[in-house]
Design a protein around this ligand. Structure first.
Ligand code: AMP
Length: 137
């Protein structure tokens, strides 16, 4: 059983901000920015590609409500909604979750978003062709 399932089962404590029959939102214990909230389904799915569409739809709807509440309740100036898949992508807990992170002017956080370039337009087109291929069948 993963740590989020233990939270769902109330085997370990969490500071819950929202709960319904299939979804839970609680405070991240290691916030990127204070107020950082996690939104999870009560049933474990992982990764995003194995998660049913209706579960994903619910998670993003609740994430939207949490984002609105961070703006209204915390006075956030913006919000990041992030979802990691795989260790290489920074995922630690193998139970799908959306991070909803409030952002404040001058909060000092900067993503390491170092934009790269393609060698040439043909390289970008080659990769696009492979993604299109992956969309079929
Ligand atoms: P990820 O790296 O996308 O898998 O994110 C996992 C997140 O879960 C991290 O931001 C952790 O700080 C958070 N986390 C881990 N354990 C707990 C816990 N017991 N309660 C709340 N958040 C947790």
């Amino acid at each position: 059983m993963n740590i989020f399932e233990k939270i769902v089962n109330r085997e370990i404590p969490a500071t819950i901000v929202y709960e319904d029959e299939d979804t839970l939102a609680f405070m991240d214990i290691g916030p990127i920015i204070k107020g950082h909230t996690l939104v999870i389904p009560k049933t474990c799915y992982d990764p995003v590609t194995e998660t049913p569409d209706d579960v994903l739809a619910k998670l993003i709807q609740i994430s939207k409500r949490i984002a609105a509440a961070q703006i209204k309740g915390l006075g956030a100036d913006g919000v990041n909604i992030i979802q990691n898949n795989g260790k290489v992508a920074g995922q630690e807990v193998p139970h799908i979750h959306f991070h909803v992170i409030p952002r404040f002017a001058g909060d000092g956080h900067h993503w390491n978003w170092a934009a790269k370039t393609y060698d040439d337009p043909a390289e970008m087109e080659r990769l696009a062709a492979k993604i299109r291929e992956g969309l079929t069948g």
